[in-house]
Design a protein. Sequence first.
Lengths: 18, 158
Amino acid sequence: SSKIKAALEILLSHRESN
Amino acid sequence: GPIKTIIFSQWTRMLDLFEYSLNQYCIQYRRLDGSMSLAARDRAVREFNTDPEVTVMLMSLKAGNLGLNMVAACHVILLDLWWNPTTEDQAIDRAHRIGQTRPVTVSRITIKDTVEDRILALQEEKRKMVASAFGEDRVGVSATRLTADDLRYLFLGS
């Protein structure tokens, strides 16, 4: 679903900056 | 500590779907919903707060909206909207409360041109109403109850 994709993008972008 | 995230949905099936994606990306998570025993909930919260490898908490809006201290998280993602904004605020306050030392970011994920646009507008109305007459009982009641007019607006538009 588009919501899960969007949430994962947020999550993964924070993970990278971490 | 590591950047941690709480993800809220009001549907446990949505949390199930999210679990599938987290497993695919090998992201460690814990889950908290109303079907779990008190002991299991305690354990999930404790492990999320203390284990640096566990970076995501999946929570149902109803089970996780009050009392819990989860300041280990500084990021909150809401997968769906609740018509009463105070319910969402209480959920966000799990991370944004005394003891939090980092800025807290909140992301609401909505789908354009769906009923969610109208839920956002309804939330705005409720916020205005509470702000304009804070402390008055009648307004307090109408802000926490979904009226027939609200329902008409949600499903039929203005």
